[in-house]
Each structure stands twice: as structure tokens, then as C-alpha cells.
Unconditional design. Sequence first.
Length: 113
Amino acid sequence: MALIVRQDLGLSTGKTAVQCAHAAVQCTLVARKSASRLFERWRAGGARKISLTTKDVESLHRLASAAQQANLIFHLVVDAGHTEVAPGTVTVLGIGPAPRRALDAIVGELSTL
């Protein structure tokens, strides 16, 4: 699973962690329901996750589109706006669980968080 955070928002460490958790939980719930075999392999293999960064919301949407075209599970986190960002701000993209090659094809050029 890849968790991609927008750099341009300047989120605090705590806010980043919570937003990544939202993405991971939602992707996991979808995978468990719609791709149970993939979910079980991922979980049995240690439930691997990686945190990455991208520059802005446009690049986050491009990555989400690529994930959708590749038929991968993904979730865009839209913040409620109670703390650091305005309501409706897209903060993080979760992709997966997915095979490593499929993820690398989409996020392989991104930097780690």
C-alpha cells in the first residue's frame, strides 16, 4: 500500500499521520470486501505500507486516475477542516493493497516522506 501526502499543505506530523491512517483504513476496508484474496496475501505478508510525497493536489489526482485506470484500490482523503486545512481539502491518496510491480508503475518515481 502506498500513502501519498501533498507537500504543498505543510501539514504537521500529527495531522499527516492521521490523514495517512484514514487512507490506510479505507483502502483496507475496501480490499477486505472487494478483493479478499489480495487482502489476505497482503496481510499475511506483513501489510506493507510506504509513505510518499507529491507536490500538489493536481499531481495527487493524476496518481488517483492512474490507479483507477490500473484497476487498483485507491482512496482520496478529504479533510473535514476542523484543524489545519479548509473543509474539503484533499490531503492524502492511498493506493492498494496491490502487487509491488503495480504500485511501482504508478508511484515508483515519488520521494519517501
